[in-house]
Design a protein around this ligand. Sequence first.
Ligand SMILES: C[S@@+](CC[C@H](N)C(=O)[O-])C[C@H]1O[C@@H](n2cnc3c(N)ncnc32)[C@H](O)[C@@H]1O
Length: 307
Amino acid sequence: MSRELAALTDHIVCGHFIELLPQLPNAFVDLLILDAPYNLTKRFGAESFRERSLAEYEEWFEGWFVRVLPLLKPTASLYVCGDWKSSAALHRVLDRHVIVRNRITWEREKGRGAKTNWKNASEDIWFATVSNDYHFNVEAVKLRRRVMAPYRENGQPKDWEDGPEGQFRLTHPSNLWTDLTVPFWSMPENTDHPTQKPEKLLAKLLLASSREGEFVFDPFLGSGTTAAVAAKLGRRFLGIEIDEKFACLAAKRVELAKHDPSIQGYAKGVFWERNTLSLQPKETAPVEELQLALAESPSPYLTGKAN
Ligand SMILES: C[S@@+](CC[C@H](N)C(=O)[O-])C[C@H]1O[C@@H](n2cnc3c(N)ncnc32)[C@H](O)[C@@H]1O
């Protein structure tokens, strides 16, 4: 690994990612996570994004996306988050530069109902790769689901397990995800960030599309979900966040992740459906242990200004 890359490994940098790009080596990224502001007028701490026409949003996205592309290895995968308003623009840009492989739609159960429209309860994640040579580990992202029609063959369960908690089957994950919970106040991963993604969501992306020790890059780090999950799953990471408060939150989450690698909804190597917490094997460290670990940590904030 080059010295410049070693200096950035497992770091969170507070700054504008475009200003930092010239300092980054080419072809170092195995997995790119892009969760840029959607095409909505929204405030993120000190920064805000202004809604524009779909054509302008497409131009904005493509303008910086082509500058990020050289950072990717030829074997890299990328995931690009969007809502229904921005999704078409994202797709068109991706289609021009990389190989689009799928669109994941996930149920986002948060927000108020609308009086003159359908309530929005979903978001998209485009899955793409740089080439046809890419890593995808479906075994690492299987979903443990309750069996509705427990079929038996010669009296034995067919493809499912009978246990004290009920009947379950390990299923292949589809591109429709209904097992996620948007972080809320009583979840340990919850922060003040307005658009924080669930750790479980990032865990699926990282486990499917990267190997242990590989490099994950997130230039819109927000509250640090990608970095925290990378730390928990043994991936290397670099995250960039323009807002200092969010960058600090992210650094704190990475520090906590070192002491508590649990991910809500993911236990013993499989993902669990929503509302099955009582059935999942416990892997969370007690809160007092985490507070002590954080207090004793020599350098809790890794944040550094770019330049
Ligand atoms: C949609 S949020 C990402 C949320 C993140 N995935 C999480 O789970 O917390 C986008 C983030 O990008 C940050 N951002 C916006 N423009 C940026 C820029 N030019 N460079 C770095 N970060 C930026 C915003 O402050 C915001 O926190």
